[in-house]
Design a protein around this ligand. Structure first.
Ligand code: HEM
Length: 438
């Protein structure tokens, strides 16, 4: 076991809440067995699963649930102010099981089909154009944090436009989401962060109830099929057809669903874009291969998802029966399971050749970065579109873009759930570089 994975009073390896060595930790766990009992932040014990094949098996096994209410006997013992509570106890289809999950997910997922996502392309491109143009205006030699200047505003703008979040609410909502994903928070801070997020989303829902619009919140979440709102705007809204619409969603589930959509919609894609830019700046030969047409942006995006999936340990699933995984490992019924999605992409069983190396030209880039099975990420098409557009726009318009401190690995996000660089300092226009074309 690596030095980053130490043992506390429970005798189990402890996942480092700082997230500073997620891959090293995951590699040690993967080598130790098909599932390893670990201590999560808050001293909660769960079985960590980091092998590609075992993740696929458990995420499709009907004897594994995400429903903490029905299937986690230990839920009541989770500590007050648990740093992982916002995700593990999120009240939405994210934490539902079976038919209930299928129905609730079916209300939203079709809005992110490949066809619907393709319709979003012009808007994503326009946002990327605007942000990259601003980067092209910085003085020669000036440093910029690319995460703050491009990845974050791009993904936040796209998801907030879709759900109709007004401009003035976005920044605070983003901070509130960041805070609840910080695994290092103590109980008082975690409770405060969770309260803040709840308040921000409640305020947004109240706002939308009073000002419905042509957005997914209005159309998919607030509609009860009887809103008398005869929209005929091609948005697929629930009003106007005369047919009974879906059941109204209870307020707590509405809040959980908004967190699932907006949180998952930006906190993940922001890391995909930032990690991809970092890898290309660290590997100029790979950037040259893209420019020469040997590999394309889609290859870069898939390879980044394989190498550095933005979601690492996702809490939680629960065993509905004793699960015998072989090698003498049995997960007992009722025990929680934490899946390490980003670990699968570096599994040497799947990628025997240099799994920790960035190589967009490799033939097999298979990964489980978007999950697997019934909870597979509904936002995968959108995330891929955003990342491809962001990279193409950035590197086409700013051909001289350079790392501010070549070779320096930026600090990581303080989370066991979110995997990515906390910042990425770049120089959009190195001194002496030719200005970008207007
Ligand atoms: C690079 C970007 C993204 C990554 C790596 C990612 C990753 C994941 C993963 C691993 C899961 C599976 C969770 C599980 O099985 O426990 C998931 C589910 C989910 N993702 Fe994403 N995601 C990304 C982007 C997005 C976007 C853009 C959206 C919103 C449009 C989104 C919304 C969701 C939702 C709502 C779920 C829950 C689905 C369910 O439980 O049925 N994600 N995502």
């Amino acid at each position: 076991m690596s030095s980053s994975t130490s043992s506390s009073g429970t005798g189990c390896p402890v996942l480092d809440p700082s997230g500073s060595a997620l891959h090293e930790e995951a590699a040690a766990l993967r080598a130790a067995g098909p599932a390893v009992l670990v201590e999560l932040p808050g001293k909660v014990l769960a079985w960590s699963v980091t092998r590609h094949s075992v993740i696929q098996a458990l995420t499709t096994d009907p004897r594994v649930s995400r429903d903490f209410r029905r299937h986690w006997p230990g839920a009541a013992d989770a500590p007050e102010g648990w740093a992982l509570a916002a995700v593990a106890f999120q009240d939405s289809f994210f934490n539902m099981y079976g038919e209930e999950h299928r129905k609730a997910r079916g209300r939203i997922a079709p809005a992110f089909s490949p066809r619907r996502v393709e319709l979003m392309r012009p808007q994503v491109q326009a946002t990327a154009d605007r942000l990259v143009a601003a980067l092209g205006e910085v003085p020669p030699g000036a440093e910029v944090d690319l995460r703050q200047a491009l990845s974050l505003p791009l993904t936040m703008t796209v998801i907030c436009d879709l759900f109709g979040v007004p401009e003035e609410m976005r920044e605070a909502l983003g901070h509130a989401i960041d805070a609840v994903l910080d695994s290092t928070l103590g109980p008082a801070e975690a409770l405060a962060a969770q309260g803040e997020l709840h308040a921000r989303i409640s305020a947004f829902i109240a706002y939308k109830r009073s000002r419905p619009g042509p957005d997914l919140t209005t159309d998919l979440l607030l509609g009860d099929g009887n809103d008398g709102n005869d929209r005929n705007d091609g948005s697929g809204g629930s009003g106007g057809s005369g047919a009974p619409g879906p059941e109204p969603i209870p307020e707590p589930v509405l809040i959980g669903t908004m967190f699932a959509m907006i949180g998952a919609g930006y906190e993940t894609a922001v890391n995909l874009i930032t990690s991809a830019v970092q890898e290309l700046l660290d590997h100029p030969e790979q950037l040259a291969a893209v420019r020469a047409g040997t590999v394309d942006w889609a290859d870069v995006v898939e390879e980044t998802l394989r190498l550095d999936g933005p979601v690492m340990h996702l809490p939680l699933r629960y065993a509905l029966a004793d699960l015998d995984l072989g090698e003498g490992v049995v997960i007992p019924q009722g025990d929680p399971i934490v899946i390490g999605f980003a670990a699968a992409g570096r599994d040497p069983q799947v990628h025997p050749s240099c799994p920790a190396e960035f190589d967009p030209a490799r033939a097999d880039k298979s990964h489980l970065a978007f999950g697997f099975g019934p909870h597979f990420c509904p936002g995968a098409h959108l995330a891929r579109l955003e990342a491809r557009i962001a990279l193409a726009t950035l590197f086409d318009r700013l051909p001289e873009l350079a790392p501010a401190r070549p070779g320096e690995r930026p600090e990581r996000i303080a989370s066991i759930m979110v995997n990515g660089p906390a910042r990425l300092d770049v120089v959009p226009r190195p001194a002496g570089a030719v200005p970008p074309p207007r």
